[in-house]
Design a protein around this ligand. Structure first.
Ligand SMILES: O=C(O)CCC(=O)C(=O)O
Ligand SMILES: [Fe+2]
Length: 331
């Protein structure tokens, strides 16, 4: 870190430099090849009930391919702001696809403005209509962008299915349990860019404000810069250090609700004071727009009474979007 960019952090932004052995690394090869699904399910159960997060390794996605998506993402964010703004998310109406500028989406709106910029795409379907569906917007000056990012999205959808089969087994459900909730699921492939911050950094403006994810499961590729912080059960922030060749997996509100809080949708945020630009590539899978999520009977007990009413995926997600997007703010 060069001297002029060393930043001082507001106390509220400090993370303990705990070894991230605390956030477990799960080898998912035995889930993918079928050699020991139950062992992986057991590790997933520990991870999601204690931390809500895990790294996964041996996931079968070639690193070269991930790197090529990082490359095209860097080139996209290097475009002139005026060019990026022609693809603004507001132009896609309720499909919510396209470019979001710094401070355009604030994930902890009462405290923080998000410095990140992002670009979202989603599944292209011709038959369905409604919120979160619709055409993607593509940057015409980067012809390879579409194939790379859409190809990556497809691969993430397949990996998410495998991971969710492990989540289902970890809850003693049938392996295909989530397929009924995800016949045509809402999913988002996002590219993120976090400029580095310098000077005195306060909670008011950071990379991405503290939040839980809205949907079912997220699969995050991060570069080697670092800056992700995850809250542990004591309420302390812990650095989510980059680990080569892994993805960071976390569950969102819908799985927390489904499990009646047995599994945790954990708070996380990004503070980039590295002096380098940070890029990450999260993928989110939710559920079908009309899928109803209610606590599993097996997760409701005398010591853990029913905590949530049924809610549809679409209802939950639209509520959280309305709170976080500047362009949806009521005037
Ligand atoms: O960039 C990261 O490491 C985290 C991104 C994130 O939390 C999100 O997009 O919901
Ligand atoms: Fe997140």
């Amino acid at each position: 870190m060069s001297k002029d960019i060393i930043a001082k952090l507001d106390d509220k932004l400090r993370a303990k430099r705990e070894s991230f052995d605390k956030l477990p690394v799960v080898d998912i090869a035995p889930l993918i090849d079928g050699s020991n699904k139950q062992r992986v399910a057991k590790e997933i159960r520990w991870a999601l009930s204690n931390t809500g997060f895990m790294y996964v390794k041996n996931h079968g996605i070639p690193q070269d391919f991930v790197d090529s998506v990082f490359n095209v993402s860097r080139r996209f964010f290097d475009l002139a702001m005026s060019q990026k703004m022609t693809l603004h998310i507001s132009k896609s109406d309720v499909a919510f696809r396209g470019y979001v500028e710094p401070f355009g989406e604030n994930t902890d709106p009462s405290k923080t403005k998000d410095l990140k910029e992002c670009f979202d795409i989603g599944p292209e379907r011709s038959t369905l209509e409604g919120p979160f569906l619709g055409p993607n917007q593509w940057p015409s000056s980067l012809p390879e962008f579409r194939e790379l990012t859409y190809g990556y999205h497809q691969k993430m959808l397949s990996l998410a299915k495998i991971l969710l089969s492990g989540v289902a087994l970890s809850l003693d459900l049938t392996e295909g349990y989530f397929e009924n909730l995800m016949r045509d699921p809402i999913s988002v492939q996002r590219l993120l860019h976090y400029p580095s911050q310098s000077g005195y950094v306060r909670e008011e403006i950071i990379g991405i404000g503290a939040h839980t994810d809205y949907g079912s499961l997220a699969i995050l590729a991060q570069d080697d810069v670092g800056g992700l912080q995850v809250m542990n059960r004591d309420g302390d922030w812990v650095d989510g250090v980059p680990i080569n060749g892994t993805f960071v997996i976390n569950i969102g509100d819908l799985i927390q609700r489904l499990t009646n809080d047995v599994y945790l949708a954990n708070m996380h945020r990004v503070v980039n004071i590295s002096g380098r630009e940070r890029y990450s590539i999260p993928f989110f899978i939710d559920a079908d727009f009309n899928a109803t999520i209610e606590p599993l009977a097996s997760c409701v007990t005398d010591s853990n009474p029913l905590r949530y009413k049924p809610i549809t995926c679409g209802e939950h997600k639209l509520g959280r979007f309305a709170a976080s997007y500047a362009h949806l703010a009521k005037v």
